[in-house]
Design a protein around this ligand. Structure first.
Ligand SMILES: *[C@@H]1O[C@H](CO)[C@@H](O)[C@H](O)[C@H]1NC(C)=O
Ligand SMILES: CC(=O)N[C@H]1CO[C@H](CO)[C@@H](O)[C@@H]1O
Length: 287
């Protein structure tokens, strides 16, 4: 979503936030976060992404330098997917792997602590941040009467997808069973909630956008306006849905390239082709 830690600035930020952030882990919901996701329960996603694979994708997420150290556990990821059984559960195996790769790539870019010459490369640093650093505003769209901002609360980027704005916190909370407008901090304090908000964003179409899930599983039916705007299915359209207003219709955008870099690596690890239309450089954003 809107917030983005550029690779270089994220690195600079790491030092300044380290002292405070390292201690702010998932204490608020430790009982839930600590529990295993349930032995013997089947999970499509777990059958594709084992704990070992997960750890190999997010090599540095628990580094001392990462503010999210200890937060984004494999168990909380898998538990969150159980609320959304169609995630990674629609279509053939290639489709399912590709959808999971696309999701993990987008959340990696949103939370990356990497930079061009980072150890293990820039695409090994996903899930390093849980919260936007130094937000420029409280992301309150006061014109939105359906999801009114609660006084004193900030709707800056939090969690794997960096959920932001009152008009996302409100409906995400409603769908997941918490008051997102009054308690937006939950998204940075409870890892299960954090992953659930990312999957909620992924699975939920919001007019005029399709859901990321629909695009990745072949359930996207472009309108005339979509066709005129080059909004063709592919990973580039996912980037358009997530943050197209700031990143699409721009040649060679570094943020878009970072998203694609993560996606290429994850597809390679999962052994699937990336598909076509990776970029959104020639797509118009949604208005
Ligand atoms: C659509 O894509 C084509 C080819 O990449 C490009 O020439 C055209 O300008 C694009 N249209 C829009 C509306 O961006
Ligand atoms: C215990 C804990 O992690 N508390 C944090 C909850 O989220 C807010 C803001 O997002 C942080 O400021 C708290 O430190």
């Amino acid at each position: 979503m809107a917030p983005y830690h550029s690779r270089s600035s994220a690195r600079d930020n790491l030092r300044s936030v380290l002292a405070v952030a390292v201690f702010l882990t998932a204490a608020a919901c430790a009982g839930v976060a600590e529990a295993r996701y349930g032995a013997g329960q089947c999970s499509t996603v777990a059958s594709i992404v084992s704990e070992e694979l997960y750890s190999s994708l997010f090599l540095h997420k628990d580094d001392a330098a990462c503010p999210a150290k200890g937060f984004y556990t494999y168990a909380s990821f898998i538990r969150a997917t159980r609320k959304f059984p169609k995630f990674g559960g629609a279509g053939d195996l290639v489709t399912r792997k590709r959808e999971i790769a696309a999701f993990l790539a987008q959340i990696s870019h949103e939370t990356t602590g990497g930079w061009a010459t980072a150890p293990d490369g820039p695409y090994s640093w996903g899930l390093c941040f849980k919260e936007e650093i130094s937000p420029q505003s409280s992301y309150c769209d006061a014109t939105n009467k359906e999801w009114p901002c609660y006084p004193g609360k900030s709707y800056h980027g939090r969690g794997p997808i960096q959920l932001s704005w009152n008009f996302n916190y409100g409906p995400a909370g409603q769908a997941l069973g918490f008051d997102g407008l009054r308690n937006p901090e939950l998204v940075a304090n409870c890892s299960d909630t954090a992953f659930q908000t990312a999957l909620w964003f992924w699975m939920t179409p919001r007019q005029p956008k399709p859901s990321c899930h629909q695009v990745m599983v072949g359930e996207y039916y472009p309108t005339t306006a979509d066709t005129a705007a080059n909004r063709t299915a592919g990973f580039g359209l996912i980037t358009n849905i997530v943050n197209g207003g700031l990143e699409c219709n721009i040649a060679n955008d570094a943020r878009v390239n970072s998203r694609i870099g993560f996606y290429r690596r994850y597809c390679q690890v999962l052994g699937v082709d990336v598909g076509s239309n990776l970029d959104c450089a020639h797509q118009l954003p949604y208005s």
